[in-house]
Design a protein around this ligand. Structure first.
Ligand code: C2E
Ligand code: MG
Ligand code: MG
Ligand code: MG
Length: 282
């Protein structure tokens, strides 16, 4: 009987694996068509000054509308990275976001700086910096209108070209932000070598700030306070992401955090809605 059960569970697992593989292959095939079929969109989330509530930035976040629903980026970006499709998708994001920033600049008074996420793999192809600078020139867009968000995993190849590319971008006047700060594995020493302007504190540190007692809000607060102090002493500004409640914001205000993003003000919105809500016509 035991053997029969074992056999049955083996069968069960292989069915499940087969199903997962099928789903994964379906996802891959669909993603391959997503650009051509116009299923990708960028939505924009405001980045807000903690001190005066002004919208000073916007982060472009990729959305894939497939079969009538949105597939979250955390599901398909890893697939895009593993298959190399991230190069085509990343180029589409850069084209779309930079064109959007140029349109906002032409239409609105004091448009927000536009932050664009880059995958570490995009640095594997040489000429990333050159391509970005070329796009800015094509649109006549000043480099300081764009911020690039990278994660510390760009340094996964310490001998790789990423640092050089980042220096070129920074020297050219683009802004650089280190995303998901606190979730990586590197030592802090890399911070001195990365030419970034800004740290983004991952939302996993913000959520427990004003949470239930089991979340240990004191410990969370100590970490966030320490990150802000360290950033400021390195002359970096700080963005907190995942600000969902007035209590989160209040705590960050007391800590001297510079900017925040979060559902408290708004999730990422389609470009038109973002403009209607947050931009002032010229
Ligand atoms: P990220 O760059 O750290 O983006 C922040 C994520 O937090 C976004 O999730 C955003 O919608 C979410 N968020 C913002 N405020 C709140 C809040 O108050 N509460 C909660 N629960 N979540 C909040 P999203 O849009 O699902 O993106 C997930 C990740 O996918 C991004 O994390 C980024 O790593 C990646 N991603 C998104 N767009 C792109 C892209 O164009 N290129 C690349 N390479 N990666 C992207
Ligand atoms: Mg980001
Ligand atoms: Mg982030
Ligand atoms: Mg994050």
């Amino acid at each position: 009987a035991a053997k029969a059960r074992g056999g049955a569970s083996c069968h069960f697992f292989s069915e499940q694996m087969n199903e997962r593989l099928q789903r994964r292959m379906g996802l891959e095939a669909a993603l391959r068509n997503a650009i051509a079929t116009g299923e990708l969109e960028l939505h924009y989330q405001p980045q807000v000054s903690v001190t005066d509530g002004r919208v000073v930035g916007a982060e472009a976040l990729l959305r894939w509308r497939h079969d009538g629903r949105f597939i979250p980026p955390d599901h398909f970006i890893p697939v895009a990275e593993e298959t190399g499709m991230i190069h085509a998708i990343g180029d589409w994001v850069l084209d779309t976001a930079i064109a959007q920033a140029a349109r906002w600049r032409a239409t609105y008074a004091s448009p927000p700086r536009l932050a664009i996420n880059l995958s570490p793999r995009q640095f594997w192809h040489s000429g990333l910096a050159r391509g970005i600078i070329q796009r800015l020139q094509n649109h006549d867009l000043p480099p300081e209108c764009i911020e690039l968000e990278i994660t510390e995993s760009v340094l996964i190849q310490p001998e790789g070209p990423a640092i050089g590319e980042l220096r070129v971008l920074r020297q050219h006047g683009l802004h650089l932000a280190l995303d998901d700060f606190g979730t990586g594995y590197s030592s802090l020493s890399y911070l001195r070598n990365l030419p970034v302007n800004r740290l983004k504190i991952d939302k996993s540190f913000i959520f427990p700030l004003a949470g239930s007692s089991t979340d240990n809000p004191e410990d969370a607060a100590a970490i966030v306070r320490a990150i802000i102090a360290m950033a400021h002493s390195l002359s970096l500004s700080v963005v907190a992401e995942g600000v969902e409640t007035a209590a989160h914001l209040h705590t960050l205000q007391n800590m001297g955090c510079d900017l925040y993003q979060g559902y408290l003000l708004s999730p990422a919105l389609p470009a038109g809605q973002f403009a209607d809500r947050f931009l002032e016509p010229n």
